[in-house]
Design a protein around this ligand. Structure first.
Ligand SMILES: Cc1cc2ncn([C@H]3O[C@H](COP(=O)(O)O)[C@@H](O)[C@H]3O)c2cc1C
Ligand SMILES: O=C(O)c1cccnc1
Length: 344
């Protein structure tokens, strides 16, 4: 786990500047991949989304022959002041305990990452120091938020083929619901779900907490990064930073479930093209996720009724990207195989 004290100083102003000059797609690599897809030994389009994924990977990796040889799973962990408000079915200490489980290879995401030969890194962010209780005021100051985003950016190295992102932080579906509501509007009920498994009474408490958080932070919602500071958490800010760094380093991203997608949605709010290098791995059973994906215009790869977080859905989708590369790079063309083309 990298040391947080070595993170270079950054300000939200500097991060806003980066958001104004996001690199675009490599259209030449994308067109070359499209041409190849049309020549491969299959009726055009017959491999459906596998074709789309191959072309998308080519576009964002900047090479006509995309590859997933070094998948990387990054899980950021943060602790939330709001977790002491009875908004999760589990106690706050589970965050630190699950970090221990990740380090020891005991969690779901460890198995899913190992299954697809992905390396998994866990980034623990000041767990002993929960963020402010959002029902009372901001979760973080601007400096803490910029630091957390910079920490997430530092997790990204040039040359990674894909990064699957995840989070761990008891109470973070409450923070995510408040942040989504702050960014996209609607009622608290629209964004709140059971999270780790709240009963109906627990969910009512969570709706109440989200409503209070929006009132307590009403002045902070006009700017997406300020909203992230007010309603988010360190691991959510780090995910936003990692998504931004991936864009700059030309690394495609797999987003996980609700909490992870809300963190990324902060960037979408700043620039609607900011998540073009991201695929959403799965649609979480947390009900706000489907609503968010509609607003982001993202179609998830999988719909597996999962509601775990910790990057599990993102890791599960890595083999689909590998399969897309395998057919794209390994299939013969009609000419190479001596097979006749269309009759009409
Ligand atoms: C054992 C266990 C493992 C987990 N792995 C991810 N989460 C997930 O649950 C938390 C969010 O749900 P809520 O907002 O209801 O607390 C996050 O930490 C998330 O990653 C877990 C939760 C538990 C209990
Ligand atoms: O979809 C998620 O991100 C999620 C759902 C439930 C609990 N933790 C995370």
């Amino acid at each position: 786990m990298p040391d947080q004290s070595s993170v270079p100083a950054a300000t939200l102003t500097e991060i806003r500047d980066l958001l104004k000059r996001l690199p675009g797609p490599d259209l030449e690599a994308g067109s070359a991949a499209e041409v190849r897809q049309r020549e491969l030994l299959k009726p055009p389009g017959a491999l459906g989304r596998l074709e789309e994924i191959a072309v998308w990977l080519a576009t964002w990796q900047g090479r006509a022959h995309p590859r997933i040889e070094r998948p990387h799973v990054a899980v950021f962990a943060g602790s939330h002041g709001v977790a002491s408000r009875g908004v999760s079915a589990y106690p706050p200490e589970v965050t630190q305990q699950m970090v221990g489980a990740f380090v020891n290879g005991l969690a779901a995401v460890n198995q899913l990452a190992a299954e697809t030969d992905a390396d998994l890194r866990v980034y623990e962010m000041a767990l002993e120091l929960p963020t402010g209780d959002i029902t009372q005021g901001p979760a973080m100051g601007e400096e803490d938020t910029a630091h957390a985003m910079a920490y997430g950016m530092m997790a990204i190295e040039e040359g990674l083929d894909v990064v699957a992102l995840g989070e761990m932080g008891i109470g973070n579906t409450t923070a995510a619901a408040a942040l989504a509501c702050g960014l996209f509007g609607g009622a608290a009920e629209d964004w709140v779900g059971p999270g780790t498994g709240l009963d109906a009474q627990g969910e009512r408490r969570k709706v109440e907490a989200v409503s209070k958080a929006l009132q307590a932070n009403a002045g902070a919602l006009s700017d997406p990064l300020t909203a992230l500071a007010a309603l988010g958490g360190r691991e959510l800010a780090a995910i936003a930073g990692a998504v931004l760094a991936c864009r700059i380093a030309r690394v495609p991203v797999l987003l996980d479930g609700y909490a992870c997608s809300v963190a990324a949605a902060v960037l979408h709010k700043a620039d609607p093209r900011a998540l073009d290098h991201c695929l959403v791995a799965h649609c979480s059973a947390e009900p706000g996720h489907a609503r968010l994906l509609q607003l982001l215009d993202k179609r998830p790869l999988l719909d597996f009724a999962m509601r775990l977080g910790e990057g599990s859905g993102a890791a599960l989708a890595v083999p689909l990207l590998k399969a897309a590369c395998a057919v794209h790079n390994g299939m013969a063309t009609f000419a190479e195989a001596g097979v006749s083309g269309r009759a009409q």
